[in-house]
Design a protein around this ligand. Structure first.
Ligand SMILES: CCCCCCCC/C=C\CCCCCCCCCCCCCCCC(=O)SCCNC(=O)CCNC(=O)[C@H](O)C(C)(C)COP(=O)(O)OP(=O)(O)OC[C@H]1O[C@@H](n2cnc3c(N)ncnc32)[C@H](O)[C@@H]1OP(=O)(O)O
Ligand SMILES: Cc1cc2nc3c(=O)[nH]c(=O)nc-3n(C[C@H](O)[C@H](O)[C@H](O)COP(=O)(O)OP(=O)(O)OC[C@H]3O[C@@H](n4cnc5c(N)ncnc54)[C@H](O)[C@@H]3O)c2cc1C
Length: 671
């Protein structure tokens, strides 16, 4: 069966791996990206960008200062903007995403938040009077914007943001002000140096009454000079764990006046005479966050895929140690521990991307509903995207770190690309709502679902399984080797656990309430259990999404995807075995059975491991990893990479000349 990656001159171990492939890698790639055409388009973009001098990096960014990296990235961004249509259909979201990854990379660029949040906020929340003016100019990149919500003192608890927007009826303007140091906007991406406008989240005040957080368009810098406007202090917050090429910023506003129409008023409105009309759903103003949380799944699935590609290919190339005496050193991919570390990450990357596809469909349906005046899909989508954002970012972070460690010493080098990848990816656990906080949003929804299920009321999409009658005892290991029934038995066991954990968390909450605590204090006493229930529920949702995609996949790739799904489900059940055992739904014997099946899965997947990661179809530019390169010629590339270190520009460093040599000389002369 063809693995389409084989080329002359490749590392022979990698070629050998590719020859054991049992499926057509192009079929799987096409399935992952939606169609053969999409796959071909991605490849055309890669080919063109790789050959274009505007996007060449003579010195890898690993060896440049932050300022130099920002300069190189800004130059490439300008080239993408001016020449984008030479490479792709610039109106196609996925083609643009791919172009940006190929041309610029993952560490941030001047327009990331302009496209990621500023424009979506305006499009989703602003009224025609404002959008007619600003959106064409923003789309034309005459202006660049950021999304400035988080403050130094508050990010999670939006209700307590301190920046104020006070309506002045006399002039029909809002006065926007930063009353304290902790009220300074702090963290917003591209706010520090790139943006000249921002959507700024402020507490709305009318006639002395605090109404709550609302968004306003504010100009920050002069359109001609790019200097901050009077009354505006703006800058970069300094170095951070990663995202070196993003100017996360600070901002203080000193009683800045903006016209009434600058409030984003598609949902909530303030009339000229100061009458406030609330939105049809209280949280429509938070809509941009739901948008980003949904789309983050794709990015984080791809981040984990990158790490899995690097670790799998490198493990096929690297030989170290022997499994039996008297035979050559083995590929480290032959070690069971290595497979157990890496293969679940491959499966999880597929699962995350497949789950994203389901969520995207739901998101589109919700937006259509809102346009027709219906918000009934919003609560379910908010609850599940809050859970998914948390579970996926955490899962991907742990997975990337496993992959990095699986590459041994070279995984610790920036040459592997993995330390930087981890730094960028792990930010997702924090931004767009800290994970522990977002899981509570899911848990809150689960508590309502428990109540509805007990009362026999209808249940919405993500919690529909709460209404199923449990069989009381798991069928795991009792299906006579029928794979489809085995999969269903594992899904049923996970659903049983999620439902039970939700019911128990609900009972614990109620019990504390009956003990005299307020609902809120009682909630804080059970949030660990609440979040546990939310996590398991979210993992059930992912497992169902993966299962659905696999069972409806084309027959040519279904066998390999079924193997991958088996591994995924066995791994999930073993990982959550304590939840399955706690109430006796599964027995110890059944868990031992799951483990033995998991080890069999590792062996089954071994011949297809490299081909499964090849099917993610990430180019060497995207991987940005000496260890993960497609041709597997790792060692020579590693040496060439290290040669570029600025420490190697001279044989004797000035620091050595200035301090170390004199010190040695002094010590010698003391003798
Ligand atoms: C170079 C050339 C370019 C050309 C390119 C052209 C084309 C472009 C192509 C590609 C562009 C790429 C785009 C990619 C986009 C995707 C990736 C983007 C990556 C960007 C990186 C992101 C950076 C990060 C940005 C940020 O971090 S922004 C700040 C985020 N902040 C938060 O998330 C704060 C978290 N806090 C909260 O959300 C809330 O405070 C809270 C925790 C939800 C609590 O809120 P509150 O106290 O008000 O409510 P509660 O009392 O808890 O709940 C009351 C009820 O409300 C419900 N609720 C809450 N929130 C929501 C919601 N959002 N929606 C619906 N319902 C909600 C809640 O459930 C309660 O319901 P109830 O029924 O129980 O009462
Ligand atoms: C790389 C990056 C990019 C960002 N980009 C932007 C941007 O473009 N625009 C923007 O506006 N913001 C941005 N942010 C800010 C980001 O959205 C916030 O940092 C994030 O929402 C978390 O809020 P916080 O910092 O207030 O965390 P905190 O809430 O202070 O979290 C600290 C700890 O307190 C815990 N905690 C807080 N509240 C509760 C609770 N109710 N229950 C239990 N535990 C709780 C948390 O779980 C966490 O453990 C960015 C942040 C990063 C790291």
């Amino acid at each position: 069966m063809p693995n389409r990656c084989i080329k002359e001159g490749d590392n022979p171990d990698l070629t050998k791996e590719r020859k054991t492939c049992t499926f057509d890698t192009d079929e799987l790639t096409a399935n992952l990206y939606g169609s053969r055409n999409n796959m071909e388009r991605r490849r055309e973009i890669t080919k063109k960008i790789s050959a274009d001098p505007d996007f060449a990096d003579p010195i890898p960014h690993d060896f440049l200062s932050r300022e130099k990296c920002i300069e190189a990235t800004a130059k490439k961004t300008k080239a993408v903007v001016q020449r984008g249509s030479e490479f792709c259909d610039v109106t196609n979201y996925y083609e643009m995403l791919h172009l940006i990854n190929e041309a610029i990379g993952i560490g941030g660029y001047p327009l990331a938040l302009h496209y990621g949040m500023f424009l979506p906020a305006l499009e989703g929340q602003a009224e025609k009077e404002l959008t007619d003016d600003i959106i064409p100019r923003a789309k034309n990149l005459e202006v660049i914007g950021a999304y400035a919500q988080t403050e130094m003192g508050h990010g999670t608890n939006l209700r307590e943001l301190e920046t104020t927007a006070t309506y002045d009826k006399a002039t029909q303007e809002f006065i926007i002000n930063t009353p304290t140091r902790s009220a300074m906007k702090w963290w917003p991406g591209n706010l520090g140096k790139m943006s000249n406008y921002a959507v700024v989240t402020c507490q709305l005040f009318i006639d002395g009454r605090k109404i709550g957080p609302h968004n306003f368009l504010v100009q920050l810098r002069c359109e001609k000079t790019h200097e901050p406007l009077p009354g505006i202090i703006v800058g970069d917050i300094g170095p951070k764990m990663a995202f070196d090429t993003n100017d996360n910023g600070f901002l203080a506003l000193d009683n800045i006046r903006v016209p009434r129409k600058n409030m984003l008023m598609k949902h909530a409105k303030v009339s000229p005479d100061g009458v406030y009309t609330p939105p049809m759903h209280a949280k429509l103003n938070y809509g941009t966050m739901v948008y980003v949380r949904a789309h983050m799944l794709y990015a984080h699935g791809q981040f984990l895929a990158t790490a899995a590609i690097v670790a799998t290919r490198y493990s096929a190339v690297r030989r170290q140690g022997r499994i039996e005496h008297g035979v050559p050193e083995v590929q480290i991919l032959d070690y069971q521990t290595q497979q157990h570390r890496i293969f679940p990450q491959i499966a999880r990357a597929y699962a995350i991307i497949f789950t994203y596809m389901d969520i995207k469909d739901q998101y589109d349906a919700m937006i259509k509903g809102i346009a027709e005046g219906q918000t009934d899909l919003l609560p379910d989508l908010h609850a599940i995207t809050s859970g998914l954002k948390s579970v996926v970012t955490h899962m991907a972070g742990l997975g990337i770190e496993q992959c990095r460690m699986a590459c041994g010493g070279h995984g610790y080098s920036d040459a592997s690309g993995l330390p930087k990848l981890y730094g960028v990816q792990i930010g997702g656990c924090t931004y767009e709502g800290e994970n522990m906080v977002m899981l509570q949003q899911t848990a809150r929804y689960l508590m309502k679902a428990v109540a509805s299920a007990l009362q026999g009321k209808p249940l919405s999409h993500s919690v529909a399984y709460f209404g199923k009658k449990s069989s009381g005892k798991s069928r795991i290991g009792k299906e006579g080797g029928d794979i489809a029934r085995e999969h269903e038995a594992m899904l049923e066991a996970l659903e049983h656990a999620a439902c039970r954990l939700s019911v128990e968390a609900s009972q614990m909450w109620e019990k504390r309430g009956r003990g005299g605590e307020t609902k809120e204090r009682a909630w804080n006493g059970v949030t660990v259990e609440m979040n546990r229930a939310a996590r398991v529920h979210t993992r059930v949702f992912m497992a169902r999404s993966f299962h659905r995609r696999v069972t409806s996949s084309p027959p040519s790739i279904r066998p390999v995807l079924t193997d991958l799904l088996s591994l995924y489900l066995h791994y999930e059940c073993v990982d959550m075995a304590h939840h399955l055992l706690e109430d006796g739904f599964c027995s110890g014997e059944q868990i031992r059975y799951l483990k033995s099946r998991l080890y069999e899965d590792l062996t089954t997947l071994r011949p297809n491991a490299v081909s499964l990661v090849d099917s993610f179809d990430q180019s060497d530019r995207e991987l940005n990893s000496v260890l993960g390169r497609r041709d597997g010629n790792v060692y020579e590339a590693l040496y060439q990479w290290a040669r570029k270190s600025e420490l190697n520009y001279t044989d004797v460093l000035p620091a050595v000349q200035k301090y170390v040599m004199p010190m040695m000389e002094e010590n010698r002369s003391k003798l």
